[in-house]
Design a protein around this ligand. Structure first.
Ligand code: ASP
Length: 323
């Protein structure tokens, strides 16, 4: 039994491991671990009290994958429901021939199944952080002379988003991957996405194959960082395919990171992944130095932190990248 997670998963690790030890499935462990992060008001990149989009609305993305069957469930742009990972799991488990629901449809589904809804998803401190960053000060006033709290429906946001949402700004996501007593693997990812993102922007976290992939026969991978990159390179699935082709875990993870170097364009930020294989080997990689991840096996009393190996991706941001 093994669980690996992004470092912000620490708050959920103990409960997730307890679930595994008491006979729970890898899926149970992943969901339990992630829910605790989603409910944590101190975590501003996942679930309740995450940093909102440029209009001050919190839109959550999450996905979960069952490596036994390659079944998966995902939600995107979910508003008003803190436990996006549980709604994603229900998308997978209810009698529904779909794997991915977004926006109003996802919210309708969440209501229909009686998912826990919270009236207030942001604290005043987070609203204030949004206000300070965007409304109506420097960016809005300088660029467009607009107050974001009182925008006309068709107000242009493009200039604001590229200024507010750069690769150094607040981003984050939680990843959990577990192997249970039967050797089955599951993975889950949940996020509030990029702080100050364009409304309706969906990252890699709810996209199976991009930010999340699990196959009990080989292994699993989950990503954090600039989701646009993992979407374009199909990072999580690529790593698992590399395992399937016979690469070691280290080589597969390195190759999945190296693939990101092929991406052109003006917006290239940072990328991180964690992965494990069916033998219980695990690895973390990042395009930036200093990042870690955590793991715990059944015989450990608590989780341990490991450093991620660094695979650099040349970063560039906006039109200045061409200058
Ligand atoms: N991958 C997430 C996204 O692009 C954000 C992050 O992990 O920092 O939505």
């Amino acid at each position: 039994m093994l669980i690996i997670a992004s470092s912000n998963g620490a708050i959920g690790m103990e409960h997730a491991m307890r679930a595994l030890k008491s006979g729970g499935s890898a899926l149970d462990a992943v969901e339990i671990g992630i829910r605790l992060v989603e409910a944590n008001p101190e975590e501003h990149s996942v679930g309740y009290n995450g940093y909102p989009n440029i209009l001050g609305e919190l839109e959550l993305d999450a996905s979960i994958m069952d490596g036994r069957t390659l079944d998966s469930g995902a939600v995107a742009l979910l508003r008003g429901f803190p436990y996006a990972i549980s709604v994603a799991r229900q998308v997978m488990e209810r009698e529904l021939p779909h794997v991915f629901l977004a926006g109003e449809g996802a919210e309708r589904f969440a209501r229909e199944i009686g998912a826990e809804a919270w009236d207030e998803m942001l604290t005043e401190a987070v609203r204030e952080a949004w206000r300070k960053r965007l409304a109506p000060t420097r960016l809005a006033q300088k660029r467009l002379a607009l107050d974001l709290r009182d925008l006309p429906e068709d107000a242009p946001l493009l200039g604001l988003v590229t200024m507010a949402t750069d690769s150094e700004r607040v981003v984050g996501t939680v990843n959990f991957i577990a192997i249970d007593a039967n050797g089955e693997i599951a993975s889950g990812v949940s996020t509030s996405g990029w702080a100050w993102k364009y409304p309706g922007r969906i990252g890699d976290s709810p996209i199976i194959g991009a930010g999340n992939y699990a196959d009990s026969r080989y292994g699993a991978c989950a990503c954090t960082g600039m989701g646009e990159l993992a979407i374009r390179a199909g990072t999580a699935r690529s790593l698992v395919v590399y395992l399937k082709m016979g690469m070691s875990l280290g080589a597969a993870a390195w190759q999945a990171m190296m693939d990101l170097r092929d991406l052109g364009g003006d917006f290239i930020g940072g990328m991180n992944l964690i992965a494990l294989d069916r033998n219980g080997e695990h690895v973390g990689m990042s395009s930036r130095a200093g990042a870690g991840y955590i793991y715990q096996t059944a015989d450990m009393d608590s989780y341990q932190e490991c450093e991620r190996e660094v695979v650099r991706i040349p970063e560039r941001w906006g039109s200045q990248a061409r200058e």
